[in-house]
Design a binder for this molecule. Structure first.
Ligand code: URP
Ligand code: ZN
Length: 467
């Protein structure tokens, strides 16, 4: 089955150029001017940009946090992703039961995702306390058998790892060519501040960011970078960087040319601020960890994207109901510490970056493509199959009309969430069509794909791993 996308303005991570794209079945066969093929279906993209399908390397579909479960399962969440132009996700697993094998969650996540995801997907493994020799030996076993080349550890929360465990894990992962992704926050300070605020009756949403100051992030980022260096420059990927203080630690490492360091921020830290917590009711929508920061932080993060100091813009997509159904977010109505952490974003990310990044002149379109498509693919061993438009790559692509607008409102939301943090925004640009492995899965806002059509992605070598 042949398709030709005609008259496209193609954006890759390095340039924008006018060309046609020939798709054969699931793959991009050729890119060039004046392509012709008998029997090909013609899609006219005149006036539109064509970019690679988005790759979101940080989602939490169906995340079980014990007292609540994220409401987007792998079907709803990937439908939302697809409608927002994201054709690949790499999902972060929840913690498993205490002392479980690392295989436990791998099996559980196949059960959750395999017959449900509508776009291609992979998993980051999860490492939880306690880390034993047996757990360490499972890392390379899972990499070999499952193609999972990245695992996450947490420096806060119940199953956080202690420094000795982090050091052991990093040494093992350096040998095995595995990337450690890490949630960086100083647990001790956060626990103490939360306790003090609750004891003082300061339980409104605005105390959430105060209980997790930016220096908690900076200290943990700094510690993690040093431990990775002491582990022999182990491949390290910092998830959801939020603050100028945290960024300054990254900049120090960049100046020292620390190899094998990847850094991610998320769309909410670029566009939203801690002012959202001023309203005790609405503020619950944005309770996430780490919390939203100040305008000055946002500005430094945007600049760091421009300067190449941050590699990836992801979402940490993890929605809970705010006003409908069980309204899990309302568990925090009397006490912010009881509110499940997380917010939606997988549908919004790519067009927010197109509109607020590219159309508003903060970034070029190739920079947006690099941050949202090519780099996430590269960091996690999917490049050049995903995140680029070139012959041989999967025909995952998004056609965007820059002259139209996208209104973020209730009708826009395609996942299970009953709110968006960006409601009432009017974005410059609108997705016309989304193709996933050559199949049209979204047209004019309508989802046309099917449950279970997503393929599990066994991943290859990460760009953060040495030869
Ligand atoms: O607030 C967040 N980030 N929710 C998702 C789960 C986690 O903390 O990683
Ligand atoms: Zn997360």
């Amino acid at each position: 089955m042949l398709k030709i996308i005609k008259n496209a303005k193609i954006a890759n991570e390095t340039e924008v150029f006018e060309s046609d794209i020939l798709i054969e079945d699931e793959i991009i066969k050729e890119i060039g001017k004046g392509i012709d093929a008998a029997d090909a279906e013609i899609i006219d993209a005149a006036g539109c940009y064509v970019i690679p399908g988005g790759v979101d390397p940080h989602t939490h579909m169906d995340l079980d946090v014990g007292f609540a479960r994220a409401i987007d399962d792998f079907y709803d969440g990937t439908v939302a992703a697809a409608c927002g132009g994201t054709t690949t996700i790499i999902d972060h697993m929840a913690f498993g039961p205490r002392d479980c094998s690392l295989w436990h969650q791998v099996k559980e996540y196949h059960r959750l995702a395999d017959d449900n995801a509508v776009i291609d997907y992979g998993f980051h493994g999860v490492i939880q306390h306690p880390v034993t020799e047996e757990r360490l030996s499972e890392l390379s076993e899972i990499k070999e058998k499952e193609g999972i080349n990245s695992f996450k550890l947490y420096m806060t929360y119940d199953y956080m790892l202690h420094d000795d465990e982090i050091f052991n894990v990093l040494r093992k992962c350096r040998e095995a060519g595995i990337v450690i992704t890490v949630h960086c926050e100083n647990h001790g300070v956060i626990q103490q501040l939360r306790k003090e605020y609750v004891e003082a009756g300061k339980t409104e949403a605005r105390y959430h960011p105060l209980s997790r100051p930016a220096r908690c992030e900076a200290e943990a980022v700094n510690r993690m970078i040093h431990i990775a260096a002491m582990a022999g420059d182990a491949p390290l990927y910092i998830v959801h960087l939020t603050s100028a203080e945290g960024l300054h630690e990254v900049q120090k490492a960049r100046r020292e040319k620390r190899p094998h360091l990847g850094v991610e921020t998320c769309i909410q830290y670029l566009l939203l601020t801690d002012k959202m917590y001023d309203d005790p009711k609405e503020g619950l929508k944005a309770i996430m960890s780490p919390p939203l920061r100040k305008d000055a932080d946002r500005e430094e993060l945007w600049q760091a994207l421009k300067d190449g100091e941050i590699d990836v813009v992801a979402t940490d997509h993890c929605p809970f109901h705010f006003s409908e159904g069980k309204a899990e977010k309302q568990y925090g109505a009397e006490d912010f510490t009881k509110c499940p952490n997380g917010a939606p974003g997988v549908q919004e990310r790519l067009m927010l970056m197109f509109s607020e990044g590219f159309m508003k002149g903060r970034l070029t379109l190739p920079e947006v493509v690099k941050l949202c498509c090519s780099n996430p693919s590269r960091m996690f061993g999917l490049f050049p199959r995903k995140g680029t438009l070139e012959p041989g790559a999967d025909a995952d692509l998004v056609i965007i009309d820059p002259e139209k607008t996208t209104e973020i409102n209730r009708e826009y939301i395609k996942g299970a969430s009953d709110y968006s943090c960006y409601e009432d925004m009017s974005l410059e640009g609108r997705i016309e069509k989304v193709f996933a492995r050559g199949k049209l899965i979204v047209s004019d806002g309508e989802f046309l794909g099917s449950r279970g059509a997503g393929q599990y992605l066994r991943r290859g070598k990460s760009a953060l791993v040495s030869e």
